[in-house]
Design a binder for this molecule. Structure first.
Ligand SMILES: NC(=O)C1=CN([C@@H]2O[C@H](COP(=O)(O)OP(=O)(O)OC[C@H]3O[C@@H](n4cnc5c(N)ncnc54)[C@H](O)[C@@H]3O)[C@@H](O)[C@H]2O)C=CC1
Ligand SMILES: O=C([O-])CC(=O)C(=O)O
Length: 258
């Protein structure tokens, strides 16, 4: 499977490193879409990839799948063109928060018979949530996220501060780099309006902790994922990058778990 990557930052570099280190013949990143050719020139020699600054040329290169690892804004801009040409893995899941945009993407992929894969990112348990939602037996879904205060506030204090309380739709508009997980949850579950989100800035924390509560006729479920952040980008949990690699691996397998 030949992969085209959008965004060579923390997650993108992790994928480049892992897939080249393992010399994985099943999955190879061959094309990378960047905005600044000079800044990323070194990637060509290091990973044997071809860089592109034109979306059309990137999509014309010989790739089977596109992985988006840029940000919500970039994803909103390029996604319609990408999904109409390729199978896509989207980690900036917040791009799908807006209903009209979600419907537009759905329309394109239905017409083109393409798929969009949303990795579990910095959380887990989405299989359970999706199953009970499909079965119509989910009642409530909530997320409490705690992050190191300095990643959320320009002037952190000694106290833990609630920086956001509301639903997933409002959360991603205010914190597009921090709460993509809420949109994955909401899309798997009760939707963006009904998914409750609380975001806490904790000055004594060096992890990204996501606590999920689900209830319904099946019973209740709670998950807490205490994530180590990337040293180079404290906003992003290591698990988020690992989940993109996991999604790519699943796409090459014939036995799917979950
Ligand atoms: N679903 C989840 O659980 C998570 C999702 N994310 C999403 O993943 C994204 C990437 O995360 P990181 O790699 O940590 O961010 P990062 O900031 O380290 O890297 C993003 C890269 O994308 C590049 N970029 C930005 N706009 C672009 C464009 N229009 N075209 C091409 N490249 C562009 C930047 O220059 C940068 O190199 C985040 O912005 C966030 O939306 C991040 C963590 C968890
Ligand atoms: O990496 C994390 O812990 C979560 C995150 O940034 C996001 O959901 O956007």
């Amino acid at each position: 499977m030949r992969v085209g990557l959008i965004g060579a930052g923390t997650i993108g570099t992790y994928l480049l490193d892992e897939l080249s280190r393992k010399n994985d013949q099943d999955i190879r990143i061959t094309s990378v879409f960047v905005r600044n050719l000079e800044k990323y020139q070194h990637l060509e020699e290091r990973y044997g990839v071809q860089l592109y600054t034109s979306v059309d040329e990137f999509l014309d290169s010989s790739i089977d799948v596109v992985v988006e690892a840029a940000n919500v804004q970039a994803a909103r801009e390029v996604l319609p063109d990408i999904v109409s040409e390729k199978e896509t893995v989207l980690i900036s899941i917040g791009a799908l928060a807006e209903e009209n945009f979600f419907n537009k993407i759905t329309e394109i992929i239905n017409e083109k018979n393409h798929r969009v894969h949303l990795p579990s990112g910095a959380i887990g348990g989405l299989d359970l949530i999706e199953n009970v939602t499909e079965a119509g037996i989910i009642d409530t879904l909530s997320l409490v996220t705690r992050k190191p205060a300095h990643t959320l506030l320009s002037e952190p204090t000694d106290e833990t501060k609630t920086v956001f309380e509301g639903n997933a739709a409002e959360a991603i508009e205010q914190y597009p780099k921090n709460i993509n997980v809420s949109i994955a949850l909401a899309l798997a579950g009760v939707g963006l309006q009904q998914t409750k989100v609380t975001l806490l800035a904790d000055p004594n924390l060096d992890k990204n902790i996501h606590s999920i509560q689900v209830s319904g006729d099946f019973g209740t479920a709670s998950f807490e994922i205490s994530n180590n952040p990337f040293p180079s980008n404290k906003n992003t949990s290591y698990l988020a990058a690992v989940s993109v690699l996991g999604t790519l691996k699943k796409m090459t397998k014939r036995i799917n778990i979950g």
